[in-house]
Design a protein around this ligand. Structure first.
Ligand code: PMP
Length: 371
């Protein structure tokens, strides 16, 4: 009999040869420029109290699917608060942003539907497209003309999916132009506001709200509670009929245990702290970080520093870590082959001294070693 694990040795060797080995290192005590805690709320005492109180009142886990025992009055309050904040008719909370994307796309698209997906979309949207069994057309990053061509060549139902703020490079999708195309073709636009909520728009309502697309009937939004809100979980925002249909049919909602009460309580508390003032602080930190790194500022809180080679990117990340500065290192499949990069994120509560120190460490880590 052969060794049933031989395939794994071969698979691991390939991962190593491509420079794609990942590590799980503890991060406490490091200067964080890698997380998505854009407003610094994950450790905010009010947010932590929100989590603690919810856990005490409702339990450590939600004990069942949202449809059985996993819905508390707090879940419903969070859904109302999210919808109100973002200017949506309704919201439905999932236990992660990943599952919210799976639920939204697989409910809106199926066999016989065309899904047009930006090449830079987050993996959860990519997986959602695959799982939907729709006809999927991937278009170049931000290529509105390609979206138009795809929709023009399709007679049936169609959905266009895009990140609002792209997670790796912090750029904004051409949402107004995409919506215009979608409207003219009678399609739907799904916008993932993971990096827009709490970062852009009035009171952090997101990129769609910033651009006046929040009340458009053909726009469905997804959000995550795990980034600017500092909590955990996700949601789909859209019309009441869509919410009803997700409750009845979205497999990532129906067959998943409801979001833990602590995360719900934390997200609700965090929403009150998402103020224009805090967002202004984040924007100022983002601008000074970009300036210190000598790159163009982005509308989001993310700066991408292209390295190319995955080995070099991880070495640069490790050099930062050795200086106790934590930066993101993105390698395939998170980015296309040849586009490995460092990803540096701003946080509203970073001091100017921390920004200066982090930027100096990152710049020096990116310089090729002498000799
Ligand atoms: N969409 C985007 C654009 C993301 O960056 C992420 C998280 N990395 C997700 C969705 C998934 O959200 P969550 O972590 O809440 O599952």
């Amino acid at each position: 009999m052969g060794d049933p694990w031989q395939w794994l040795d071969e698979a691991r060797a390939k991962v190593r040869a491509r420079g794609l080995v990942r590590r799980l290192d503890p991060t406490e005590g490091l200067l964080d420029l890698a997380s998505n805690d854009y407003l610094g709320l994950a450790r905010h005492p009010v947010v932590v109290d929100g989590a603690v109180e919810a856990a005490r009142r409702f339990g450590a886990g939600s004990t069942g699917s949202r449809l059985v025992t996993g819905t508390t009055s707090l879940h419903l309050a969070l859904e109302e608060a999210l919808a109100a904040r973002c200017g949506a008719e309704t919201a439905l909370v999932f236990s992660s942003g990943y599952l919210a994307n799976l639920g939204a796309v697989t409910t809106l698209a199926g066999p016989g539907t065309l899904v047009v997906s930006d090449r830079g979309n987050h993996a959860s949207l990519i997986d959602a497209c695959r799982l939907s069994r729709a006809t999927v057309q991937v278009v170049a990053h931000g290529d509105v003309a390609a979206v138009e061509t795809a929709l023009a060549g399709w007679a049936g139902r169609a959905v266009v999916v895009t990140d609002a703020v792209f997670s790796v490079d912090g750029t904004l999708a051409p949402l107004v132009a995409l919506h215009d195309v979608v409207r003219r073709h009678g399609a739907l636009l799904v916008v993932d506001e993971a990096h827009g909520l709490g970062v852009l728009g009035p009171q952090g309502a997101g990129a769609c709200a910033l651009l006046g697309l929040d009340r458009e009937p053909d726009v469905v939004r997804t959000v995550t509670l795990s980034k600017a809100l500092g909590a955990q979980g996700g949601a789909v925002l859209g019309p009441a009929a869509l919410r009803d249909h997700l409750v009845d049919t979205a497999r990532s909602f129906v067959f998943d245990t409801g979001l833990a009460p602590a995360s719900v309580g934390a997200a609700l508390a965090a929403l009150d702290l998402v103020t224009d003032e805090r967002i202004g602080l984040l924007a100022a930190v983002g601008a000074s970080l970009a300036a210190a790194l000598d790159v163009e500022p982005t509308p989001g809180a993310v700066v991408r520093l292209l390295v190319g080679d995955p080995f070099l990117a991880s070495e640069a990340r490790d050099r930062c870590r050795a200086e106790r500065v934590l930066v993101g290192c993105f390698r395939p499949p998170s980015v296309p082959v040849g586009e490995a990069c460092l990803r540096v994120t701003a946080r509203a509560d970073l001091t100017s001294a921390e920004v200066a120190r982090a930027a100096a460490v990152v710049r020096s880590a990116l310089r090729p070693p002498e000799g």
